[in-house]
Ligand binder design. Structure first.
Ligand code: MG
Length: 243
């Protein structure tokens, strides 16, 4: 789609250039034939002055066309190049064991349930996976780099603070959050009814509108630790743009 748009623009520019070139050449020939152009007499100014007067717009147009084509080529290359700083994508994953008697916090929201995640912070598996996806997309390490579980400062911490700090890091590095898409995997409880509040909390912490955060829920069909209700997991893909 982008390639087609660029090709069409280049084709139009090419034909505009050809038509303009033809008009200017015709004007030059006419001027030499009649001995005047633009109201200036050839006898007073000489042929070379007439040529300069007529060629000036043409030179400007050629320069402008070359500039536009160069800009389009650069834009096209940036989109095609996998290492381009224009758009960056990151993936995040997290899993926490669930134990009885702990608060279950997912996406910054406490859910009514008899089990909760074991973790140094509040164990918010969704917030942690989002952090990793964002930091990965920006090439800024991972959640353990910035919020090590050996630091007593983060003991029992609200994981939305991790997201707020990550947002600041992204801003300092000229990144803008374009989209966050997540899936949370747990057998119980049902997460769907809580998604609107989770999206609000996450979007607020990230400084974006809720349309930029999308959540999905899955079970593990009774398979493995997640399927047995012993753990909760999350996968996240985040897209950033660089200013
Ligand atoms: Mg975690």
């Amino acid at each position: 789609m982008i390639r087609n748009t660029n090709s069409a623009a280049k084709t139009w520019l090419f034909w505009i250039f050809i038509v303009f070139l033809g008009v200017m050449l015709w004007k030059l020939v006419s001027s030499n034939g009649t001995g005047s152009a633009n109201g200036i007499s050839q006898a007073h100014t000489g042929g070379w002055v007439l040529i300069l007067l007529n060629a000036a717009p043409l030179i400007l147009l050629v320069g402008f066309c070359l500039f536009l084509m160069s800009r389009m080529r650069k834009g096209f290359t940036r989109i095609q190049n996998p290492g381009s700083p224009l758009l960056r994508t990151g993936i995040g994953y997290d899993l926490h064991r669930l134990e009885y008697g702990r608060k279950l916090i997912v996406g910054g929201i406490e859910l009514p349930f008899d089990k909760g995640p074991v973790g140094h912070s509040d164990g918010d598996v969704l917030a942690h996976a989002i952090c990793d996806a964002l930091l990965g997309a920006a090439g800024l390490g991972d959640i353990g780099t910035h919020f090590p579980d050996t630091d007593p400062k983060w003991e029992g911490a609200n994981s939305l603070r991790f997201l707020e700090h990550t947002r600041k890091l992204l801003d300092e590095n000229h990144f803008t959050i374009q989209y966050v898409d997540a899936v949370v995997i747990t057998e119980k409880p049902k997460l769907g009814p809580h998604f609107p509040k989770m999206r609000e909390a996450l979007a607020h912490a990230l400084g974006v509108s809720t349309e930029h955060v999308h959540l999905k829920a899955k079970t593990n069909e009774g398979v493995d630790a997640v399927g047995h209700g012993e753990a909760i997991a999350a996968h996240v893909v985040a897209t950033l743009s660089q200013r």
